[in-house]
Design a protein around this ligand. Sequence first.
Ligand code: PLP
Length: 445
Amino acid sequence: MNHDESRALYDRALSVLAGGVNSSVRATQPYPFFVERGDGAHVIDADGNRYIDYVLGYGPLLYGHDAPEPVQSAVQKHAAAGPMYGAPTEIEVEHAEFVARHVPSVEMLRFVNSGTEATVSAVRLARGVTGRDKIVVMQGGYHGAQESTLVEGGPGNAKPSTPGIPSSFAEHTIPVPFNDEETVREVFEEHGEDIAAVLTEPILANTGIVHPVDGYLEALRDVTEEHGALLIFDEVITGFRVGGLQCAQGKFGVTPDLTTFGKIIGGGFPVGAVGGKAELVEQFPPGGDVFQSGTFSGHPVTMAAGHEYLKYAAENDVYGHVDRLGEKLRSGITDILEDQAPEYTVVGTDSMFKTVFTRHGTAERADACADGCAQVESCPNYDVCPKTGADVSKAETDRWERVFWQEMKDQGVFLTANQFESQFVSYAHTDEDIEETLEAYKQAL
Ligand code: PLP
């Protein structure tokens, strides 16, 4: 593959953009390919190379790069008619009504502009309504670029995971291992009266995809209720990706107090939202006094795109298609691994998938595995899949990034460039795309 144009663009970018990019994960080595355009499930780079795309903008593009016609015309209509006003519009009401109708925990919403803004607002809301400062998060979980959750360490020794955050912030955050009920119960025994919320993704989707073991999310629901704390599900990735229109909370049957959304809910445009019980969400101004505000929040173009995205999924067999191809891909890769790399594991559910270069889930967390994974039906590797963020950290991450990812890219398959980020199937992918991808896996592995 020729990459001369991409290399030249990267040289230009390096002198005017920090690291040549606007989000660090895009700075792949030795230089990123620059995308010229999308086409269905594919992207075409500045040199004319074509890739089957499983990054899909890191999750938002449920339909790939050709949104259905109603999405495109709604976007054009609202862009031409505004595009924004600093005053309310009907489309944001319609979008909120749709989400509230389908997602079990949501009675009321506040739209914001990114997943980060959603989790920042949800944490502030939880602290504001409970009058407590501490939050519990999962090791290996990710909630965007926000001060309260960029932490490392464990209970009692959390510290900021990046320069630029005062260590006093981390004093209020308690990271615990995912799928470890005992530790979270101990933390509540010790700090219960100071904990405002447990904030977790229902499936860790930024650490190689880690599924909840059976009963774990229920235990979080119980322990938060027992201690008067809130349970917040961060469904920025899983929302409208796992469990169809009911999201992961519907699939697992556990209803949080608050839910954060992003990605798919904006139909490919910048978005976030906090949803939940009306009595909580109404504590944002003007009804309440927990500060929250945003110039672009509820942007008509975003609302129109997100609303048409979800409506189309309600009226067509979108989730049937993406979930079937997701399963075909996971089971095809599982067969290839069995043959060529039995030390690796396929993880994922619905239309999410990843290959983690480890099988530490079996060796080190046999107790959790023995309890049975919640993904028994959909994950052929449920008995060996990683159960904590730490399990995935032990994987051969360097080999994945420097060798495997490059190999796949050279064969025209665009995967997320590190071991930790999820990959996705879109409505635009076809059986032929999956077969071609499996052939590439065979070669690369
Ligand atoms: N929460 C989760 C679970 C995410 O995966 C992400 C981003 O990938 C965020 C929050 C932050 O969203 P954004 O990048 O839109 O700020």
